[in-house]
Design a protein around this ligand. Structure first.
Ligand code: NAD
Ligand code: AKB
Length: 316
């Protein structure tokens, strides 16, 4: 179980937006040396590298990943390495290779060494035919390569669970908003960039229209959801186990900008949509998370005002 003294954890993509905070939480709960952080890149002085074991590892190098698993007696993997939506549309071949190939390697290693896996999905699994409040079960017809890899990832995870008994779990994270690490090339990045620019320049050019409404979540809620899901007994989880809908807050880009202006009165936000508008338009406005609430008691804590207060007070 996550949080138990015998957890030996490996995190892929550990220097990214989520990994930076998830590794911190996992090390707090399990001890620094029980959490082996890995990433394709190294960032000097990064808190993940300074606070415990770190190795460079490409998730496409299955042999190297397996060696790390064996040498460190790993029994749990948090597989965060991925190419996100906007970067993925610039390089769909890389997106497909990393997101599907990396997960395939992790699943094979998990099967062979009896490892529990957390593998994130995304609201990007939904497409334009999804109702504006996305149900847990609905046709998944994403327009982006990233979304397609996430649908495939959920299906691969279900297969390894059903056929090979691998204990794998996942969450369809909304757009995540945080201040400790920058976002890694997604469509929802505007909701983080706006805070940095509001503080540094009092001006931001937002790449989606003011009326763009997307499901979002403060990082503290996402980390708590991840740990809570991994701590639930496997028998409590239903067919959504590889990609639970979880809901945080939905707001338009204009509502976010107005909320910042209430706290920084001379802040000006301009709206100049680019290609990322199309990806945003293909995603739902909000999320029905009743399965997660019922099966593992999921409930978000942060509303828009709390999120904006937290972001500004931590970035100032
Ligand atoms: P990120 O881009 O910030 O971090 C991903 C990390 O993976 C980076 O540090 C990168 O160096 C690493 N990486 C890329 N290719 C690699 C490879 N071949 N081998 C090893 N490492 C590699 O992403 P994130 O926001 O931390 O997202 C983590 C996971 O959560 C991803 O699966 C993503 O799809 C999912 N997710 C994130 C969000 C969000 O808003 N941040 C929302 C939904 C889902
Ligand atoms: C992205 O915008 O690509 C990510 C996501 C919602 O998966 N933040």
């Amino acid at each position: 179980m996550a949080g138990s003294s015998d957890s030996r954890i490996l995190v892929t993509g550990a220097l990214g937006q989520i990994g930076t905070e998830l590794v911190e939480a996992l090390r707090r709960n399990n001890g620094n040396n029980s959490v082996i952080a890995t990433d394709l890149r190294k960032i000097d002085g990064h808190p993940v590298i300074n606070s415990g074991p770190f190795h460079i590892a490409d998730v496409l190098d299955k042999a190297a990943l397996e060696e790390l698993v064996i040498n460190n007696s790993i029994n749990e993997i948090y597989h965060l390495a991925a190419i996100l939506s906007a970067t993925g549309e610039k390089n769909p071949e890389l997106c497909e290779r990393v997101n599907i190939g990396g997960l395939a390697n992790v699943l094979e290693i998990a099967k062979k060494h009896n490892i529990r896996v957390f593998s994130p999905s995304s609201i990007a699994v939904f497409g334009p035919d999804c109702p504006s409040i996305a149900p847990q079960v609905t046709p998944l017809n994403p327009t982006t390569m990233y979304g397609r890899t996430k649908v495939a990832g959920e299906e691969m995870a279900n297969y390894y669970h059903q056929i090979h008994g691998v204990d794998i779990r996942g969450i369809r994270y909304p757009g995540l908003i945080s201040w400790k690490a920058p976002p890694g090339g997604g469509t929802t990045d505007y909701a983080v960039e706006i805070f940095h620019q509001a503080i540094e320049k009092k001006e931001y050019t937002c790449f989606v229209r003011p009326d763009t409404m997307l499901p979002m979540m403060y990082m503290d809620d996402a980390i708590r959801a991840t740990l809570e899901l991994m701590n639930v007994p496997s028998k409590c989880l239903g067919p959504a186990r590889s990609g639970y809908n979880i809901s945080g807050i939905s707001f338009t880009a204009e509502e976010l900008s107005n909320s910042i202006s209430e706290r920084i009165p001379d802040f000006v936000c301009n709206f100049v949509p680019d290609i990322r508008q199309q990806y945003a338009d293909s995603w739902p406005n909000s999320i029905d998370d009743s399965d997660a609430r019922k099966e593992w008691n999921w409930s978000p804590k942060y509303d828009l005002d709390q999120l904006v207060d937290e972001m500004l007070s931590n970035l100032y």
